[in-house]
Write a protein that binds this ligand. Structure first.
Ligand code: MTE
Ligand code: MO
Length: 522
């Protein structure tokens, strides 16, 4: 006997078996419709405005909505592949909802189509709430939702039109063909859209053709700074190996010719500076180790580069901050903000407005054309990439991006050290080289000690530090008998403190504890 709901459905099913097939087909139709809609949306975004991609808009909104622990967990799980992981997750959820829309359309038309359209509305809402939204931003999402809704209606109507008594195989076949075609077209459109990425390519071309002025002054790497030990982090991190952390699903594409930096707020003299003006100033090179607050003990979210730039101190001196100011809220083109103590930008530490990284213009992912680099502070409170605005303000008046999400308002980098060598877990017994890096930016590292099993702490050999603002390599020869061993390292700061053994997670202001590694010697 056919249940009443089935009888009322627009898809006639003679038997339970046919009913089950219909459900599968309906779910498939939902997926096909949403894939087609999403593909059309991505293609339109590629044509109209790359930053209007429905996928990227939803992803960016989720990133902004995510609490501190979620960001922490994502980075812990996926490292710098966290963005790909997010897109895969969104895709999976989208396909799930698409299947539900198909089933819903089959039983309660037009609610499945309404659900498909709602996905588009969701994308549009996410898109218009982006900091860099324009007039076209919601359009691709709206059209994507409309295409999905109409396609779903047509697909399942086609199935219904086959009706009772017609050849179910035929009708299933035509639905399979139409749905398959929609899916293929949708995937092709999405692939085309991702390979296009026009804006980025043109800014990449501008960057490639760019020649930065020679620095007025530079900072040499002392001879003994790099111990030259295989597998040990090189003292200067090459650009393509430099960690990348940011909230930007789509990297901002800024033509230097259109770049401006405004300095305003609690200042006597509001100023604006262009790219040409910035490049005409005397630029100098400073080697600074940048670190992410999300770096776990022993983690890789740290790198050391030679930055070419102009002291922010000099620009702030022109703007003349008012006495009550104690913070600078820097803002990137895509709306990220960092709150930096005014003092860290005006004291002698040479906080930079940087344009160059290791002898080339900033890579686009690392903030092209201009970013901030502030020795001694974690990136989230200081290292704004794609920076376009500095608002001189107060900590009790303004809140920065991550401070709004549970991370500490202040972010001085903590004393840390890491074991890089041996890289492998299974090592030959006997004399081995143990080596790593240690850092306490803007304070300096005075020493590193290593403990083998529960033995005494032994002083490691410290390489020559480039400056207090950079990490320093260390090494030690240890003799390991066959068997299991536990090695720990701890740094001694130039301020007399010893790296704490207390373990703390990255949130809210940086991880602590000793990097501990287990080896098996044979
Ligand atoms: N515009 C922008 N700048 C940003 C961020 C961001 O999300 N957006 N992240 C900050 C964080 S948390 C860190 S650790 C550094 C990382 O810089 P890198 O990607 O060049 O290594 O950039 C900082 N600057
Ligand atoms: Mo970070």
């Amino acid at each position: 006997m056919t249940p009443p709901a089935e009888a009322g459905s627009r898809i006639a099913s003679g038997t339970g078996a046919a009913g089950r097939t219909d459900r599968g087909l309906a779910a498939g139709a939902g997926v096909a419709a949403v894939v087609l809609g999403a593909g059309v949306g991505e293609a339109l975004a590629a044509l109209l405005a790359p930053r209007a991609s429905p996928f990227a808009a939803i992803g960016s909104a989720l990133i902004d909505l995510a609490p501190a622990w979620a960001k922490d967990a994502a980075i812990a799980l996926f490292g710098t592949a966290d963005k790909i992981a997010l897109l895969v997750l969104i895709g999976a959820v989208l396909l799930g909802v698409a299947a539900v829309a198909g089933l819903l359309e089959r039983r309660r038309a037009p609610w499945g189509a309404v659900l498909a359209a709602a996905l588009g509305v969701l994308g549009a809402i996410a898109a218009v709430t982006r900091a860099d939204a324009g007039v076209f931003t919601p359009v691709p999402s709206i059209i994507a939702g409309a295409v999905a809704a109409v396609t779903l209606t047509l697909l399942l109507r086609r199935r219904a039109a086959a009706g009772p008594g017609t050849d179910a195989g035929m009708s299933r076949r035509s639905l399979l063909i139409a749905g398959g075609a929609a899916t293929v077209v949708g995937i092709a459109a999405a692939v085309w859209a991702t390979t296009r990425a026009t804006g980025e390519r043109s800014v990449a071309a501008i960057r490639a053709a760019l020649r930065l002025p020679a620095p007025r002054s530079t900072q040499p790497v002392p001879g003994g700074a790099d111990l030259g030990i295989p597998d040990l982090a090189p003292v200067i991190t090459p650009n393509d190996e430099f960690y990348r952390i940011d909230t930007a699903l789509i990297v901002p594409e800024i033509d230097p010719a259109a770049w401006r930096l405004r300095i305003h707020g609690l200042v006597e003299n509001e100023i604006e500076i262009t790219w040409d003006e910035l490049l005409s100033l005397p630029l100098s090179e400073h080697i600074v180790t940048l670190a992410c607050v999300s770096n776990e003990v022993g983690g890789a979210l740290i790198g050391n580069a030679r930055w070419l730039g102009y002291p922010i101190r000099e620009l702030l001196a022109r703007a003349r901050p008012l006495p009550e100011a104690d913070m600078v809220l820097s803002r990137s083109q895509d709306g990220f903000t960092a709150g930096t103590p005014l003092e860290a930008l005006t004291d002698d530490r040479d906080a930079l407005l940087a344009v160059g990284m290791n002898g080339e213009p900033l890579p686009i992912q690392h903030g092209f054309p201009v970013r901030m680099v502030v020795p001694g502070l974690y990136g989230y409170v200081s290292a704004t990439k794609w920076v376009v605005d500095l608002e001189v303000t107060r900590f009790d008046r303004a809140r920065a991006y991550w401070s709004d999400r549970g991370w500490s308002e202040r972010g001085p980098i903590k004393l840390q050290s890491r074991i890089d060598v041996p890289r492998a877990h299974d090592i030959p017994a006997g004399e081995v080289t143990v080596a790593g890096v240690a850092w306490h930016q803007h304070v300096g590292v005075a020493g590193v000690e290593v403990q083998v099993d529960d033995g005494p702490w032994m002083p490691a050999r410290l390489a020559t530090a480039i400056s207090a603002d950079t990490w320093v390599q260390w090494s030690l020869r240890a003799v390991l008998a066959p068997g299991e061993h536990v090695l720990r390292c701890r740094a001694l700061s130039a301020d007399g403190t010893t790296q704490t053994s207390d373990t703390a997670p990255p949130a809210p202001d940086g991880a602590t504890g000793w990097h501990t590694r287990r080896f098996v010697a044979a």
